[in-house]
Design a protein. Structure first.
Length: 256
């Protein structure tokens, strides 16, 4: 793991496009950190960021890595071959991913399933059947692990003993959604993975969940879908990535 990449993410915050500009400007994350330590402030417009450079030392980064290793939390950076291929193709890809499980299933025609947390029995049955059939045909369902359509979509894959991928809007070790431990274990047991761009709890305050410093689940999980878009995203979700197959399971009153 590139310690300098981790340090830049810790200083500037996950999802900050400035990180890519800094690496491009200095030539590498290591050189960037070296220049920041020497007092170069051209990418440090405010006092808080300048203080972060001193606060986030390599010793602290080593503790993060050790903390993750102890809990079987894996790290992959943008420049490693294990990094999901689709994410490399978007604007401002995450520099670091924290994950548990196996990312290789993301090469199997990923499809994103999205929808409401409060769902009707009809939507529940529909989401389960569609995601189960897609999973049976070798496709990997990606969703956000929330209650409602998200958990139904994941469980449809697990029902067929197939992999699925959950994308979290919090540190990977934080229990959010509350009580998601069983779902997480089942995802791992069936060859899937769950992923976060944010530093793990308790290393990231809960107040950073779903803030601009990290990618919200409703934005992040779409970025894995590589095929042409089949269903348009809702304007309330927003997206910063490329199009993909996105299936929205919504009550009729929300459909145009």
């Amino acid at each position: 793991m590139n310690r300098s990449l981790l340090r830049l993410v810790r200083i500037f915050g996950a999802g900050n496009p400035v990180i890519h500009k800094i690496i491009e400007y200095y030539g590498s994350a290591t050189d960037a950190c070296s220049e920041l330590d020497k007092g170069d402030i051209r990418f440090l417009p405010d006092k808080q960021l300048r203080e972060m450079v001193s606060f986030v030392s390599y010793d602290k980064i080593d503790k993060v890595i050790a903390w993750c290793e102890k809990r079987d939390i894996k790290l992959v950076n943008l420049y490693e071959k294990e990094y999901p291929r689709m994410l490399k193709e978007i604007y401002n890809p995450p520099v670091i991913l924290f994950y548990c499980g196996d990312l290789s299933c993301l090469e199997n025609s990923p499809i994103t399933a999205v929808g409401a947390r409060e769902i009707t029995p009809y939507i529940e049955k529909l989401a389960f059947r569609v995601c189960r059939d897609l999973s049976k045909n070798g496709m990997t369902i990606i969703s956000g692990m929330a209650r409602g359509v998200d958990s139904v979509s994941h469980n449809a894959c697990i029902y067929e003993s197939n992999p699925t991928v959950g994308v979290l809007a919090c540190g990977i070790n934080y229990d959010c959604p509350k009580g998601s431990g069983i779902l997480r274990r089942n995802i791992i047991l069936n060859g899937g993975a769950y992923i976060s761009e944010l530093f793990p709890e308790p290393l990231t305050p809960v107040t950073q969940v779903n803030t601009p410093s990290g990618i919200c689940t409703s934005i992040f999980f779409r970025l894995f879908s590589s095929a042409p878009r089949m269903v348009s995203h809702l304007s309330s979700f927003g997206t910063r990535g490329t199009g993909g197959i996105v299936i929205c399971f919504l009550p009729l009153k929300y459909c145009p």
